[in-house]
Write a protein that binds this ligand. Structure first.
Ligand SMILES: Cc1cc2nc3c(=O)[nH]c(=O)nc-3n(C[C@H](O)[C@H](O)[C@H](O)COP(=O)(O)OP(=O)(O)OC[C@H]3O[C@@H](n4cnc5c(N)ncnc54)[C@H](O)[C@@H]3O)c2cc1C
Length: 500
């Protein structure tokens, strides 16, 4: 134990992106930082490991991007038009997709600190690249990027996680695996003074001047999902680790934290119907199926139930992932024809995919267990409704829509008439929950009376108030980095002040 037997300066609970960002920031300020992680070492990295590593941040042009990716070659620079994604647009996107409910203070911190935090991580040693594989399209002789998202960590989520662990090791941060935070230790004055853990050696009380909770949401807890998200949610597949069972949220609430955010909502996506119950560390995020804007989504009766082309997938995939649960048996099918197959993302090409191909719509329906008459009728009506006089352009919101059918398809409406046809079976896969605890602008956990609980900080998925109903793709990682760094900095500063 560092500092004699008076414990650590900062204890961080969890070892995902938010936790390790907090640990790195704290270690810049104070002498001893401990990270406790519930998972064994071979399963480290939390949901962060499972991500595509794509990160949303505000930037004003190529010069900002080059600060995040200083090793970009001149040839690469010449091949792209990155445009800009100003803070005002990031903020507007946050408010637009959350129906104006995102906590303005938190949203402003996220937006304004997103670029400085990316630069900070780069300076600390995390490397990033342009996201050509998933987010780019060729427009003339330049690559452009969809929806303000253009940078990913080298090696995706696994790469981000591995790089952060390497930095933690280099910086002398202690990490204990297979060690679960169980409850907060509190002094007679109510301040948090450490953490009770359950590790390989049993229960242990670890003293710490500051504790940062960054242990994810409750997405892996079937009982909490059912209790807060509603009936049926206990049945969905979990896209990430089995460890995010709401422990940090519970510990904070027990200490008097204010519950904040959209407790009855979550991030979920269209996920392969036959994916395992929890995330697979080899396949990681590739069970997702995000190319639906270029096709149709039908249920087992062959009926459409949403507007596949309402917006770029970055802005619809979360609500649509949840919508699958409302359909019979909680499943749906994404249908494409030969004309658009080249637009399908990498994840459609993995061997583990649940799909069928056929030369007729009836045969495709039969192979996928969809009602054949229902599917044929839906596709005939859809094809007749497409405004084929409007040019089709998958790289912009092209306004090529349907008329006279419900629901409409507002963009990228293309007839389905070129065999072979292909269909993919999907269900709801939950990524993370939106409900959590309230923090202030220093990352401190606050009570209902808005008073900071001394010694307690939170970051990452377990912070409530940022995301409501929906989420702009790529902002989970930026939120983890920004609020992790904020919480770690404040925790470090306050720990040092206690020592004075
Ligand atoms: C498949 C998938 C793909 C995604 N893709 C993207 C993407 O490309 N871009 C993006 O921005 N977001 C993405 N997300 C969302 C992203 O994963 C999260 O927003 C982010 O990783 C959350 O970081 P975190 O540190 O809060 O949580 P996590 O990374 O999940 O870390 C929480 C950690 O806490 C540990 N823990 C839990 N309970 C305890 C306890 N009691 N004691 C000790 N440790 C505990 C867990 O084991 C875990 O390691 C994706 C999510 C999934 C599931």
């Amino acid at each position: 134990m560092p500092n004699g037997d008076d414990g650590y300066d900062v204890i961080v609970v969890g070892a995902g992106n938010a936790a390790l960002s907090a640990a790195m920031a704290a270690k810049e300020i104070c002498g001893s930082v401990l990270v406790v992680e519930k998972a064994p070492e071979f399963f480290r990295g939390g949901n962060t490991y499972f991500t595509g590593g794509i990160i949303r941040f505000a930037f004003n042009g190529i010069e900002d991007i080059k600060e995040v990716i200083p090793d970009m070659s001149p040839t690469e620079e010449a091949s792209v038009d990155v445009g800009s994604y100003p803070e005002s647009q990031f903020y507007d996107d946050m408010m637009r997709v959350t129906q104006g409910l995102s906590d303005p203070e938190l949203a402003q911190i996220l937006v304004s600190q997103s670029l400085p935090t990316m630069k900070w991580l780069r300076e600390r040693g995390v490397r990033f690249v342009l996201s050509f594989g998933r987010q780019a399209f060729k427009d003339g002789d330049k690559y452009r990027f969809w929806g303000g998202l253009l940078v990913e960590a080298v090696g995706a989520g696994k790469g981000l996680s591995d790089q952060q662990f390497d930095i933690a090791k280099r910086d002398g941060i202690d990490v204990r695996y297979s060690t679960e935070g169980v409850s907060l230790l509190r002094g007679d004055d109510g301040s948090v003074s450490g953490l009770r853990v359950l590790g390989p050696g049993g229960y242990e009380d670890i003293q710490g001047r500051s504790v940062v909770l960054a242990s994810g949401g409750f997405e892996a807890n079937a009982e909490m999902r059912c209790r807060y998200l509603g009936p049926g949610w206990e049945l969905v597949k979990v896209r990430g680790v089995p460890y995010n069972t709401g422990d940090g949220i519970r510990m904070a609430l027990e200490a008097g934290a204010q519950a904040h955010g959209h407790w009855s909502s979550c991030h979920a996506v269209a996920w392969d119907m036959n994916a395992p119950a929890f995330g697979d560390r080899v396949i990681t995020e590739l069970f997702q199926k995000h190319s639906y804007p270029f096709g149709l989504i039908v249920n087992i009766e062959g009926n459409r139930f949403l507007d596949e082309g309402a917006d770029f997938r970055n802005y619809t995939y979360v609500t649509y992932g949840r919508a699958l649960l409302t359909q019979p048996q909680g499943v749906a099918f994404q249908i494409f024809d030969e004309k658009v197959k080249h637009l399908l993302r990498d994840e459609y090409h993995i061997p583990q995919v649940t799909m069928a191909t056929a030369d007729t719509i009836e045969e495709l329906a039969t192979r996928l267990d969809i009602d054949p008459q229902g599917l044929v009728k839906t596709i005939e009506e859809f094809n007749a409704a497409v405004r084929t006089d409007i040019p089709y352009n998958p790289t912009v919101k092209d306004g090529r829509h349907t008329e006279g059918i419900t629901p409409p398809k507002s963009n990228w409406a293309e007839t389905i008439d070129s065999p072979p046809y292909v269909g993919y079976a999907v269900t709801t896969g939950i990524s993370f929950t939106f409900g959590g605890v309230k923090i202030n602008n220093r990352g401190q956990v606050v009570t209902n009376a808005q008073e900071a609980i001394p010694g307690l900080y939170a970051a990452g998925e377990m912070v409530g108030g940022l995301f409501y109903y929906n989420y702009p793709g790529g902002s989970g990682l930026s939120a983890g980095m920004v609020f992790g760094r904020l919480a770690g900095t404040s925790a470090g500063q306050d720990a040092m002040a206690l020592k004075d």
